[in-house]
Design a protein around this ligand. Structure first.
Ligand code: AMP
Length: 193
């Protein structure tokens, strides 16, 4: 695993543990010599994780849209950045550059990015691991929603279980290194007779 794409809140959240854990994860990624790719912003947890990886001597690459760049959201101290025409090309570029993905607590932007890359793994368009830094059990409701999807016959358990949840940054990176994509197809045979 040489390059990780990170999705996380452009706000800080109410619990100080969100920023503390983002800092710890950024540090651990840099210590392991892994490149950190993210949305390029200086805001919220995005700024926190970028700064902690940079402070530890890590390589941090921002991929930002022209609009957000021109609004002045970009972190000024990144190792490198790319400006894209729109959100779609930005996400495609962030996905291309990733060996695996990690989501931290966040809002709609984070949820959308996380679910998109999981969907691509589920369809077999790539076989990259996806994990969440589960600070204060933030992702428990998402896990419950996935289990509901399985119970109601819309998802296979293998796809629900693709979502790795870990509270400890080191354990999270170890779990992603070991992860193997499920080999089952997405579709569930209807029960007959
Ligand atoms: P949210 O969780 O709604 O705060 O959105 C955060 C996610 O959306 C991040 O992972 C980013 O990739 C993207 N995003 C949201 N706001 C920005 C911003 N100001 N600059 C760059 N990317 C952003």
């Amino acid at each position: 695993m040489r390059s990780l794409t990170i999705f996380c809140g452009s706000n800080f959240g109410t619990d100080p543990r969100y920023a503390e854990d983002a800092k710890a994860l950024g540090r651990e990624i840099a210590r392991r010599g892994i490149r950190l790719v993210y949305g390029g912003s200086a805001k919220g947890l995005m700024g926190v994780i970028a700064e902690s990886a940079l402070a530890e001597g890590g390589e941090v690459v921002g991929v930002i849209t022209r609009l957000l760049h021109d609004l002045g959201h970009m972190h000024p101290g990144l190792s490198r950045y790319e400006v894209t025409d729109d959100m779609r090309s930005r996400k495609a570029r962030m996905s291309e550059m990733a060996d695996a993905f990690i989501a931290l607590p966040g809002g709609l932007g984070t949820f959308e990015e996380l679910l998109e890359v999981m969907t691509l793994t589920q369809l077999g368009e790539h076989s990259k691991g996806v994990a969440c830094l589960n600070t204060a059990n933030f992702f428990a409701p998402l896990r419950s929603l996935f289990e509901h999807g399985v119970k109601e016959g819309f998802m296979k358990a293998e796809h629900s279980q693709m979502l790795l949840l870990e509270e400890n940054p080191g354990a999270l990176l170890d779990a992603l290194e070991r992860w193997q994509a499920p080999v089952v197809t997405k579709w569930i045979e209807p029960v007959t007779g």
